[in-house]
Design a binder for this molecule. Sequence first.
Ligand code: NDP
Length: 448
Amino acid sequence: MTDAEKKALEKFMTGLKKRNPHEEEFHQAVEEVVASILPWYLQHDDYCKAQILERVTEPDRIISFRVTWETDNEEIRANRAWRVQFNHALGPYKGGLRFHPSVTQSVLKFLGFEQIFKNSLTGLPMGGAKGGSNFNPKGKSQSEVMRFCQSMMTELHRHIGEDIDVPAGDIGVGGREVSYLFGQYMRLENRWSGVLTGKGQSFGGSAVRTEATGWGAVYFLEHMLKQHDEELEGKRVAISGAGNVAFYAADKLLEEGAKVVTLSDSKGFIHVKDGLSRDQWQELYQIKEVQRRTLADFQSEGVEYHEGQRPWGVPCEIAMPCATQNELDDVDAGDLVKNGVIAVCEGANMPTTIGAIRIFKENRILHAPGKASNAGGVAVSGLEQSQNALRISWSREEVDRRLRDIMKNIHRRCVEESTHNGYTNYIDGSNLAGFKKVAEAMLAYGAV
Ligand code: NDP
């Protein structure tokens, strides 16, 4: 960046922070995108005059509401919930719902903002949105979760629709929650439509949606390695998280002959020195995804449990952060580099801090940002919308083939946008490729 570009970035960020005080996660996500695109943007007078950057960082609207529900003991509880409809230049709003105590308006704004460019990268007609609540599903009974979902949809249904806004799952919102939400939507609207994705396969869900984010991230990783004359087979991969994305990333890595050496949850991580076996994967899946317990409950020979720690100190060639935002900081990045990491492929959204990104870049580590590498989830959600609209369902093989194609194309676009001296900067590449399409559409629409 030239001095003038640095100055322009600082000026833009000062204004954004003033307009959006106390929203650190949102500031971080915007800064990462703007730092990538600014040199290109400043050379385009028409975009600058149309204030595309100012407009694309302001959500179209934020719906904020209270969700009141009753516990099994007949006590009343009230949670906060939001839907951030960020930008629909490229298609109906699309993005998941997150249920977690850490959810705030800032977290959902950062996720909604990222979603705009991720969805653009998929090449499918989808705008960007995100929603959720500070409701904690952990420790709640099945009926409490159902009552919460029904109450949430009682408000949300007014604002969504198959051509308006199509939510899906995210942290704390899996198949069970999507089904409760969908059931309540149908009760209120008295019609079946593809208004949510991630549905059960017997009622309109797509094959491979459950696996899509983790599998897609591994497809992206394989392209990234191949592009730089490396291969996945035999490599040690440290994964964080033990949820949907982490499990299906591990699943595909096992299939491709890599060694999965860690998984983590909010309480600690497991280190499997010789690499996870298929049987161990199955057992862990039961513990975490079916019984909703902790990794501490998993005991097996050759497996160490580290309470309260993150997995980034474990020697590995590849790191896949698949848990949550800002879970890998500059100290972790330094440890990974010291231990010989060659690639970082994000399954989660914004899992690396700005300091960690800088360290990876300085050391020419291949680093795929979530908006590129985890786009497989929303891509298959987009395919679910298409299947619902056509009233057909494609086979597992067909959806997987389309997913592979989409990940390959996203990789190609990143390489085309930002490869210099044989090294691809995937962060700049994905931001530029994602942004350009949205900016072009916004310019074409005029002052709206
Ligand atoms: P899940 O809820 O299925 O799993 C999340 C995992 O991360 C759990 O193991 C959880 O631990 C752990 N975790 C959550 N918060 C923290 C925290 N603050 N510190 C440490 N560990 C934490 O979510 P997903 O797998 O669906 O999502 C993971 C990430 O991937 C998120 O960033 C999400 O936005 C992103 N993503 C998900 C997509 C999808 O299709 N599901 C699509 C694209 C992105 P515990 O089990 O103890 O709760």
